[in-house]
Design a protein around this ligand. Sequence first.
Ligand SMILES: C[S@@+](CC[C@H](N)C(=O)[O-])C[C@H]1O[C@@H](n2cnc3c(N)ncnc32)[C@H](O)[C@@H]1O
Length: 290
Amino acid sequence: MIHIPVLSNEIVTSFEPFVDQSEIVYLDGTFGRGGHYKLLLEKNPNMQTIAFDQDPDAHAYAKEHFGDLIQSQKLKLYQDNFLNFDKHYQGGIDFALLDLGVSSPQLDRPERGFSFYHDGPLDMRMNNLEGETAADLVNNMSENDLVVLFKTFGEIHNPFRVVRAIIEDRKTTPFTTTKQLSGLIERVDGWRKKGFHPATQYFMALRLKVNRELEVVDQVLPKLMEKLNKNGRLAVITFHSLEDRIVKNLFRIYPELGEPLRRKVTHPTREEELANPRSRSAKLRVFVRT
Ligand SMILES: C[S@@+](CC[C@H](N)C(=O)[O-])C[C@H]1O[C@@H](n2cnc3c(N)ncnc32)[C@H](O)[C@@H]1O
């Protein structure tokens, strides 16, 4: 499935003050398939872009579709975690965007191991060249640590039976595939809510842990807020309530740096939710440097 950029009208609206400026720097921390980038470049063809994506597939795609912009250095794309943005760029930023989480191509390709609908290796690494996989966690974490992980990151009230079953099963057969884990969860927890796979929150918790998703957001936001030029903006799209809570809190606790553009969070319109069901849990917050 192609990736449809979420909340794109709202991102373009937040970008409005920069449309007529001749020299601006845009930092895209989550380049993906460049959907948001393309929209913003249409609005301001002069902008210089510093972009990041830790997924090698995103780079292969960018080379093919944005090769001329990379060649001319109008687009500098780094294969690194956005947490390390200041290793590659130390100047000021006018507009920054983090569109967190995974892209549709990552979710849909069984070999990336994010999906409980397709069988594939139990991987879930956005940067699949390094680090621990979801299988490593499921096979090696202690019973207690797995319970804590599913309770905190998955917000699962009672993960005990599933964790017990994992511990029993892995004694004889280590977990290697997504279906092995989703099948176990189906067997133990059963389907409770129509249309909501019982493995959804377990997979979400593992994904957050494998990619340290909450930790990097917590660490990068203050660094990005500091690097914004006067009147610069930082837009963050989240898909998880814990992530949104981090963004909401951090945007409020640095009044010396700036303030949230709007007090309330922005959700997709009903039309967008219908056209792109993956936008349903998206939330946008924008910080303005004052
Ligand atoms: C939701 S997609 C972004 C889609 C993009 N805005 C578009 O319109 O095509 C998130 C992308 O960010 C990348 N990503 C997520 N967290 C990252 C991080 N901490 N550092 C670098 N890239 C990250 C993922 O690999 C994925 O490709």
